[in-house]
Design a binder for this molecule. Structure first.
Ligand code: SF4
Length: 662
């Protein structure tokens, strides 16, 4: 198989795979991304026991095959290439209620799905290998250009290679050679079934990043053995769901994991396997970064997944010399990885069309071009405005603040979230390039309504303001809200008590206690977490410049933060000795601190030099009624809809939806 360039779209589970639409949404999603050299589908389970969740396709299911065939046709129609990923979750399986109980090499409990799997019998193992083979045959029959065998990220095959999860002492475990027997059998049998001319990729775990994971020497030996057994390419993954090391979060330096791929490539070359391609993956955001990783000639391809969610045209725009036009993935995981663990369709915070290509066409189908106003240049308003413009309308944006971005701009100050500012800058520039005015520092009030009558409609995206707390002492001079705290964090020294324990409060605590060098080089980052084959350390180190206390009425700090990132930021807070008190009742703020009743019912005073209120948000909706009463068509997005459950993902999704409703 000859590919036009070196950027592969890595596998992502989408939760579109089992939608009852004959694969229409799945096909539309992949078709728009056919500019990748090769698309690798999200994992398709080789049998019912191997599903990663209720939304997973199973290769033996006729409805799954219909959907997958539709995806193949759509990608081929766009002259793209697509490989099917053959997947078995093993002990990470999350079958539907009443489904098959998870199976694994050994019955080792998993904290990921809170389940102890059933140990596979010899018959189970033989049948599962048969299922992988049948899956490969089916993929070829459906027209796929290749298959990728999922042997990484802690799923079934990886569970066989790791001593932690393979505690057998039989033909399938007990020493290094027997631990790698299962992946080799799978590969050899697939190769024999599909013939020499059908490309077979193998996703190998470059580093499991769990204590008891596959030892480095065994990873190398497996890579060489797979090459000898007929693998055409090794795609190198990293980390397990139970790993204490961040792998794809924004804190991880770009290109951190390329070293694993390079090491395996060297091993393959040393063993004489010159024609086996090595694909590196994880933590590449731009094509320029991928180019750099490839520049030394030690790697053959870079697999990028989330960047294709953020911008399906990433390759075309970069190849055309306009990388500045690419909407970059900000590694937030909020609409993609976090959703892939549940049932909601995967999408993207910075490109909410992702996964909704059929529902929201990229161009206008009929109708006349109109003139619209978007009030508010937060992330919801900007998404609405760029979509309105993309649909061929004229749009003007008005923002009361001197800078665009709203709440999203605050987030850009949080360690690891600097790229949030890139999104704002990109969206504004996109509008300006299209000739759409963006007026900053211009508040629209009821007095402006007569002027708005000349437009065809208004998108109201006026956002939120910080909620206040009704508490004695809240007006004292050392009390401020979270927006004021983010505006000048240097003003907060000494002891800071944050009232509130949600996502914004956690972000603020992180900002106030972060080690300025937290985003280190890949080598420094790894050195914090990894010591040879063991993972003994929790790597976040902090200078703890301030003494920070988080107070929460509820029981859980960071409620609402996505599962793929909450544990990372909590690690930071713990290592920075941030005090986290839950079950608190607030009594009063005094010049000396905050008086509370703690979870045990004891009254106590928590000393503070500064008190920050992070107790939620209030929607700014004061123009909704006047606009409607004036007969001006108005749709709302983001905070203007309401602040309950509001986050950036919901805000941009509403911006997109509003733009299609004007
Ligand atoms: Fe990237 Fe966030 Fe979009 Fe996921 S949701 S693709 S992490 S920007």
């Amino acid at each position: 198989m000859e590919l036009p360039h070196r950027i592969v779209m890595g596998a992502m589970h989408l939760n579109l795979e089992t939608r009852d639409d004959d694969g229409t949404a799945l096909a539309a999603f992949y078709a728009e991304r056919a500019g990748a050299a090769l698309i690798v589908t999200g994992g398709v389970a080789v049998n019912a026991a191997g599903v990663g969740g209720p939304g997973y396709a199973v290769i033996g299911d006729p409805r799954s095959r219909t959907a997958l065939a539709a995806a193949v046709r759509a990608v081929h129609d766009r002259r793209g290439r697509i490989a099917l990923q053959l997947f078995h979750a093993g002990r990470y399986a999350k079958p539907e209620d009443g489904g098959v109980h998870p199976v694994a090499p050994s019955p080792v409990h998993s904290s990921f799905n809170r389940c102890t799997p059933r140990e596979m019998t010899h018959a189970d193992i033989a049948a599962t290998i048969d299922d992988f083979v049948e899956g490969a045959r089916t993929a070829r029959a459906l027209g796929f250009d290749a298959v990728e065998v999922m042997g990484s990220e802690g799923y079934l095959i990886n569970q066989f290679t790791a001593p932690l999860t393979n505690q057998r002492d039989d033909a399938w475990g007990g020493d290094a050679e027997r631990r790698r027997r299962f992946p080799l059998e799978v590969l050899c049998r697939i190769r024999a079934a599909v013939g020499r001319d059908f490309p077979v990729l193998f996703r190998i775990s470059g580093n499991d990043l769990v204590t008891g994971g596959t030892p480095a020497a065994e990873v190398t030996a497996l890579a060489v053995a797979l090459a000898g057994a007929g693998a055409d390419a090794l795609s190198v993954g990293v980390g397990w769901h139970e790993s204490p090391v961040p792998t794809v979060q924004s804190e991880v330096p770009v290109g951190t994991w390329a070293a694993s791929g390079k090491a395996l490539k060297r091993a393959l070359l040393a063993a004489g396997h010159h024609d086996v391609a090595v694909i590196t993956a994880n933590r590449f955001t731009s094509i320029a970064q991928a180019d750099e990783a490839l520049s030394g000639g030690e790697l053959d391809f870079v697999a990028m997944a989330r960047p294709f969610l953020a911008d399906p045209e990433i390759v075309a725009k970069s190849a055309a010399g306009r990388p500045d036009q690419v909407t970059l993935c900000i590694a937030c995981n909020e609409a993609c990885i976090d959703r892939s663990f549940g049932a909601e369709p995967v999408s993207c915070l910075v490109n909410p069309r992702a996964g909704h290509e059929v529902e929201f066409p990229s161009s206008r189908r009929g109708g006349r071009s109109g003139r619209y106003v978007v009030i508010g240049a937060g992330i919801a308003g900007l998404e609405a405005a760029r979509t309105v413009a993309g649909l061929g309308h004229q749009v003007e944006v008005y923002e009361a603040a001197a800078q665009p971005g709203g709440q999203f701009r605050l987030a850009a100050q949080v360690p690891g979230k600097a790229d949030f500012a890139e999104t704002i800058g990109h969206h504004v520039q996109e509008l300006l390039d299209a000739g759409m005015p963006v007026h900053l520092g211009r508040r629209i009030g009821v007095e402006d309504i007569p002027e708005l009558r000349s437009f065809d409609g208004v998108v109201l995206a006026t956002g939120v303001v910080p909620a206040r707390l009704s508490l004695p002492g809240v007006e004292l001079p050392h009390v401020r809200d979270y927006a004021e705290a983010f505006a000048d964090p240097e003003a907060l020294d000494g002891r800071v008590v944050i009232i509130g324990g949600g996502g914004i409060a956690v972000d603020l605590a992180h900002t106030l206690t972060a080690d300025p060098k937290a985003k280190a080089t890949p080598e420094e980052f790894l050195a914090r977490y990894v010591e040879g084959d063991s993972i003994p350390r929790h790597g976040a180190e902090s200078s703890a410049r301030r003494e920070v206390t988080l107070l929460r009425r509820g029981r859980r700090i960071g409620e609402g933060i996505g599962p793929s990132t909450r544990w990372v930021v909590m690690q930071h807070l713990r290592s920075a000795s941030v005090r986290m008190l839950t079950g608190i009742t607030y009594r009063e703020i005094t010049p000396a601190g905050v008086v509370v009743t703690d979870a045990e019912g004891t009254d106590r005073s928590i000393a503070a030099d500064h008190v920050v209120l992070a107790v939620g948000q209030l929607p700014v909706q004061d123009l909704v009624a006047p606009l409607s009463e004036a007969g001006i068509p108005v749709v709302t997005a983001g905070g203007a809809v309401g602040s309950d459950g509001l986050n950036a993902v919901r805000a941009t999704a509403e911006g997109l939806r509003a733009a299609h409703r004007v």
